[in-house]
Design a binder for this molecule. Structure first.
Ligand code: GDD
Ligand code: MG
Length: 352
């Protein structure tokens, strides 16, 4: 069985972070996002290949994952000639595949039991099975109505406020039978959510839901990107380094350098090659990427700092996400949520 990860979107809502780092490889703690999805897929013994469906900055994604060495599964890259939308991308990536497919939106972090979803699909002899998750406000998602037997009755992408009839939404995880993919037009952008799924309900084809009550989040906005880090710090979601790390203490890579006189308050994470100088105060809720340097007396709370950024002496940061290779001057004060792109230089004493 093969899996397709839809990883071709531009990640516009995460700009400027995604200008040089496509959303599928934004770091979540010490690893690129798609590593977490690949981990989940390796729990399904039948999946022997994961196809990454790419469009935006494909090279940057290939550089991160190579042929999948160390991931436990073979990876293949399919790059669309032009963005084909979610449906077009699936058809394009699934060329020549006749067997059942698992498909993931390449931006959802979840603990769903993929084996159980595949089982449900097989037991129902479904044409398509979709994972649903309950959310407070379905407006930003695909609303999915089901009947008492768990069959999908209606799929409505991005419903208007007066169209919201339930709280279950498309979690962006599907099991699909490719036999009717010829319904998806070739070479033009086509949305699986607006086109193919409604076509299944209209024709009365077997389209079943698997409602999951476990962890689920779409990491595609700055708020959600911060939230997923918080959730992992607080133990609402466990994956990656948190499978073994002790959350009640600062998590510091063995090859990070923390000078005497620096204060680290849990939860916080300091990756390899980082250097925290004396008098710096780190945490709670600070994520410092590889090679980050924090100078004397700087205070960092509620921050995510991408690799190789340097924070000047006595800077006070509470709330921002900082891209790679930034230079934050001395005594800079940033309070409240903000998103600072790669290579930004903030002059000494800048404040918000
Ligand atoms: N290859 C490829 N080509 N991938 C694409 C394209 C494309 O043209 N367009 C989008 N994608 C990928 C994105 O990278 C992302 O991983 C996934 O498809 C979904 O696109 P988003 O742009 O993130 O959609 P959304 O978040 O607004 O809505 C989707 O996800 C929700 C759950 O998070 C829909 O599937 C909703 O129905 C769903 O509820
Ligand atoms: Mg999304």
């Amino acid at each position: 069985m093969k899996a397709i990860l839809l990883a071709g979107g531009k990640g516009t809502r995460l700009r400027p972070l995604t200008l040089h780092t496509p959303k599928p490889v934004v770091p979540i703690f010490d690893r690129a996002f798609l590593h977490y999805q690949i981990d989940l897929l390796t729990q399904v013994p039948e999946i022997d290949e994961v196809i990454l469906s790419l469009n935006y900055q494909p090279r940057r994604i290939e550089e991160v994952f190579g042929e999948g060495e160390g991931t436990g599964v073979r990876l293949r890259y399919v790059v669309e000639p032009a963005p084909l939308g979610t449906g077009g991308a699936i058809r394009y990536a699934a060329q020549g595949i006749t067997d059942t497919l698992v498909v993931f939106n390449g931006d959802v972090m979840t603990s769903v039991d993929v084996n159980a979803v595949v089982e449900r699909h097989r037991a129902a002899r479904a044409r398509a099975t979709i994972v649903l998750t309950p959310v407070e406000n379905p407006a930003a998602y695909g609303l999915v109505e089901t009947d008492a037997e768990g069959h999908v009755r209606r799929f409505l992408e991005k419903p208007k406020p007066d169209e919201i009839t339930c709280n279950t939404i498309n979690a962006g995880i599907y099991v699909l039978e490719p036999e009717t993919f010829d319904r998806i037009p070739k070479d033009v952008a086509y949305s699986i959510e607006r086109g193919y799924f409604p076509s299944l309900t209209e024709r009365g084809e077997t389209f079943v839901a698997y409602v999951d009550h476990g962890y689920w989040i779409d990491i595609g906005t700055p708020e959600k990107y911060v939230q997923v880090h918080r959730d992992m710090f607080d133990g609402r979601f466990t994956a990656g380094l948190f499978a073994t790390a002790d959350r009640s203490a600062p998590i510091v890579s063995p090859d990070a350098r923390v000078d005497d006189g620096a204060t680290l308050t849990a939860p916080c994470f300091v990756d390899g090659g980082a250097h925290i100088k004396s008098g710096a105060v780190i945490g709670p809720y600070a994520v410092l990427g590889r090679g980050v340097v924090v100078e004397e007396g700087a205070e960092l709370r509620n921050v995510i700092v991408w690799p190789n950024t340097r924070i000047g002496p006595n800077a006070v940061l509470d709330g921002p996400i900082l891209g790679r290779n930034c230079h934050i001057g001395r005594n800079v004060t940033l309070r409240g949520p903000s998103v600072i792109g790669d290579k930004t230089a903030l002059t000494d004493y800048t404040h918000t």
